[in-house]
Ligand binder design. Structure first.
Ligand SMILES: Cc1ncc(COP(=O)(O)O)c(C=O)c1O
Length: 397
């Protein structure tokens, strides 16, 4: 008899599968089996990609844009990205600072591996997006979690950051608006936190994936614009997935100082090469056909805002639940600690008894909460929150 195959690598053995994808997959499987599931798990808009973006991609495909393209992206798209940072934030950059990657997730990962060596420490604010700790570990670096719960509106204070810094700290991850909480930092709050990072000469990975999904007149802050010192240390990640309902297209962007951008592009050249060439032409249309894109975004934002307010009001009517009104992204992060159940058990029972899919806060490093995505229809939200109320009424407090 032959020997069993050798064990897989430590990377393969230590990586945790994405819990948000797991919840979504389970909910979709239940729905496929005929169950009437209310899914609050998915982190993707329920809208389709706007037509003019699809049309531009189809035209590119028909025009033979089917070959390899430059690793960091087609030049017109990189220029359009430079132009939009100038128009939206007054940030002056050149195309040599822009890398288009296969999804914002990969942009984040490249940002981590471009800056961190094995043993370096990375400050990861919790609640965190599920992929940050895994990316840091895959770089051989060490995530240092700093928890900001609902008592500080899920936002770190400069003191919290300062107390987590050691001589090994290399990178600070920021994510405003946040997945999973929807929290948005003010410019002044970010200035104070970035001042701490600059004092210790840290790099900053600012994940601004949800920058355009903000409500109540809130303005997003582009961390790289806070100061010249911040700009030369900040890797800004953004993308098309959430803003333009393009999750399946897999297109994210990095804007970084030229030396870092060069390193990231070289890493990408060995790992994935360019994003699908014709898909990049769709992304280009999202940025250049401004009126059509603005109209589509306005419709999506109005729907998200309406659902956000409704879900927030309904959640706070449920005895035992308290929920802050987040000002960004498409998530609410209610506190369920009064029920005295572990959040994973709460979610498992909620799915089993009421067919409502939610992600436990512990998946994001914050036990005692739920992440509810309102990027789903008004009908599902109304039905789902009704079932959640019924479920909570049956729990002891
Ligand atoms: C905070 C945050 N950053 C980055 C991403 C990556 O987006 P994508 O890879 O779909 O472009 C996501 C997606 O869920 C996210 O929530």
């Amino acid at each position: 008899m032959s020997n069993p195959p050798a064990p897989l690598s430590t990377w393969a053995q230590n990586v945790s599968p994405s819990p948000t994808i797991a919840v979504d997959t389970k909910a979709k499987a239940l729905a496929a089996a005929g169950e009437d599931v209310c899914g609050f798990g998915a982190g993707e808009p329920d809208f389709d990609t706007p037509e003019h973006i699809k049309d531009a991609c189809i035209a590119a495909l028909r025009a033979g844009k089917t070959k390899y393209a430059p690793t960091p992206g087609i030049e017109p798209l990189r220029q359009a990205i430079v132009d939009r940072y100038a128009a939206e934030y007054g940030l002056k950059a050149t195309t040599s600072q822009v890398i288009v990657s296969p999804g914002g997730k990969f942009n984040c990962y490249l940002g981590v591996i471009a800056t961190c060596s094995p043993g370096d420490e990375v400050i990861v604010p919790a609640p965190y997006w599920v992929s940050y700790p895994e990316m840091v570990k895959l770089a051989g670096a060490v995530p240092k979690f700093v928890l900001a719960d609902d008592r500080t509106g899920f936002r770190l204070t400069p003191q919290m950051v300062e107390s987590a810094i050691t001589p090994r700290t290399k990178l600070l991850i920021l994510n405003s608006p946040s997945n999973p909480t929807g929290a948005v930092y003010t410019r002044a709050e970010l200035e104070a936190i970035v001042a701490v990072a600059l004092k210790h000469n840290l790099y900053i990975l600012s994940d601004e994936m949800y920058e355009h999904l903000v409500y109540d007149g809130v303005k997003p802050t582009c961390v790289a614009t806070l100061s010249k010192e911040a700009e030369v240390r900040t890797i800004t990640v953004a993308g098309f997935s959430k803003t333009y309902a393009m999750t399946g297209w897999r297109i994210g962007t990095t804007l970084a100082p030229a030396p870092i951008a060069k390193a990231i592009s070289e890493l990408q050249s060995q790992m994935s090469s360019n994003v699908s060439t014709f898909a990049q032409y769709g992304a280009l249309a999202a940025l250049t056909e401004k009126e059509k894109t603005a109209a589509a975004l306005k419709t999506m934002l109005a729907a998200f805002d309406r659902r956000r307010k409704y879900l927030h009001a309904e959640l706070n009517k449920i005895p035992g639940i308290t929920c802050q009104l987040a000002q960004g992204a498409f998530y609410l992060f209610p506190n369920i600690t009064s029920f005295g159940l572990k959040d994973q058990d709460f979610c498992a029972r909620l799915l089993e008894q009421e067919k409502v899919a939610a992600v436990p806060g512990s998946a994001f490093g914050a036990e005692g909460y739920l992440r509810l995505s309102y990027a789903t229809s008004d009908e599902i939200i109304a039905k789902g929150v009704g079932r959640l109320a019924k479920f909570c009424a049956g729990l002891k407090r």
